[in-house]
Design a protein around this ligand. Sequence first.
Ligand SMILES: Cc1cc2nc3c(=O)[nH]c(=O)nc-3n(C[C@H](O)[C@H](O)[C@H](O)COP(=O)(O)OP(=O)(O)OC[C@H]3O[C@@H](n4cnc5c(N)ncnc54)[C@H](O)[C@@H]3O)c2cc1C
Length: 387
Amino acid sequence: MRTDYEYIVLGLGGLGSGAAYWLSRTAGRDLLGLEQFELGHVRGESQDHSRIIRLSYHTPGYVQLAKRAYQSWGMVEADARESLILQTGGLDLAPRNSRIPLDPYIASLTAEGVAFEHLEATEIMRRWPQFTLTDDCHGLYQEQGGLAMAARANAAHQRLAREHGALLLDGVPVTSVRSVDGEVEVVAGRPYRCRKLVVAAGPWSATVLSMLGLSLPLEVTQEQVTYYATPHLREFQPDRFPVWIWMDDPCFYGFPVFGEPATKIAQDAGGRPVTADSRSFTPDPDNSARVEAWTRRYLPRALGPVHLTKTCLYTLTPDRDFVIDQLPGEPNIVVAIGAGHAFKFASVIGRILSELAIDGRTPSDIGPFAIGRPILQEADPSRSYMV
Ligand SMILES: Cc1cc2nc3c(=O)[nH]c(=O)nc-3n(C[C@H](O)[C@H](O)[C@H](O)COP(=O)(O)OP(=O)(O)OC[C@H]3O[C@@H](n4cnc5c(N)ncnc54)[C@H](O)[C@@H]3O)c2cc1C
């Protein structure tokens, strides 16, 4: 059995599968992927029918990254010969005095030349009568918003990586990582060696980083999404209803009918702190009650009997910005942490990780995602998850 590779990817969730795909385009058989559970498992962050994708972000840098995300998904779709993105339009809604003001989003889209519409409540309800808003609400509509077909996209990244020659192993937990003679040794049952290691361990990031003597102030939370069996299914089809985000604290978001005969609605960053190993799969009734109360008030016809509630994990940095970087003092190891909003970027982050591993640099601006940024050096930083 071969144990020596040019590249190893540790963790084959959303980001690691993206990295495996982009690395495999260059490395082919010189790439090994290691996943502790079965491919497509539901213990991490990346497995559901859908995740929101949007250009609408609060800084020009994120808008630039989102543009490259769409371009990268387009390349994967062409390679996979299947659709992975569904454009539905995206609506950011907020009361005028909300905790997440729309102004930075408007400024960032404008700076990046992205077309959008700024709509008053009456116009929003004229176009989408499913909403019952008050007059003080406004919204930002961006037509390229939509959903990434998460589980299908992960499977496509994995399948294509294998077609390009990569070996992806599942059921192989990595228990040790260390630098040896300018290379990296990774133990997963047996020792493997590589020139460059990509770490995409999601909610297990702290455990893997601790193998390298590193600690970051990450918080893992148990989140949940609920599918409601609305009796008004036709009103919430993707050609009639957009993805949407309620930009306030608490922040809610939702989807048209996709993957289940139901709408999908959730609170962002509404979960309690857990660890990846101690988390439960039981929905939190308080979280469910908050989502249902908001929906009853603002989107009542989306409600129906609970079809399904799924739990899932976020790995949050204190500023909610990603980590995408080479490790300090370990240039042969690159790492990405998704901060609870990375699925839309899964392919482009995988691409950036592959660029860092192969060339040591990337055309994307990853300065804001540096592992050495001051807030990540604090033991107990103030946390702000509302972006
Ligand atoms: C409910 C919910 C809704 C979300 N909504 C959105 C959204 O609408 N839009 C959006 O862009 N993002 C969204 N996100 C965030 C996004 O899904 C995550 O940021 C992204 O999926 C993170 O992927 P990951 O690869 O970092 O983590 P994961 O998918 O968890 O992958 C990490 C993998 O590493 C493996 N691993 C860890 N340690 C080891 C080890 N020692 N050995 C071997 N394997 C290991 C794990 O088993 C796992 O498979 C949402 C997340 C949740 C939970």
